[in-house]
Design a protein. Sequence first.
Length: 105
Amino acid sequence: MAKDTDNSISFGMGLLVGVVAGVIAGVLYSPKPGEELRKELKDTADRLSGTVPPEVAAAKEAGIQMIDKIKCQVEIQIQKINEALKAGRMAAAKQREEAESGIEY
């Protein structure tokens, strides 16, 4: 199941990269005037946005979910690091305090 999802994501991303590369190449090599080119690009974008294959939509949704999950994991790790730093500072402060007062445990 996970392999099928990975393949769908890979296919969707490849399709998206191909479309973007095609648009960029078309813009760079186009001999048309700017206004005509912009109208053609708008028409093409409107046509493509209406015909998004289900695989691309599913890959987009899976990508969004994966990004959200990674964000949550990163936030948890940052919180753990902050807590560890705080604990280290507290321990260092306690050690200095004990060293200054001459108390040893």
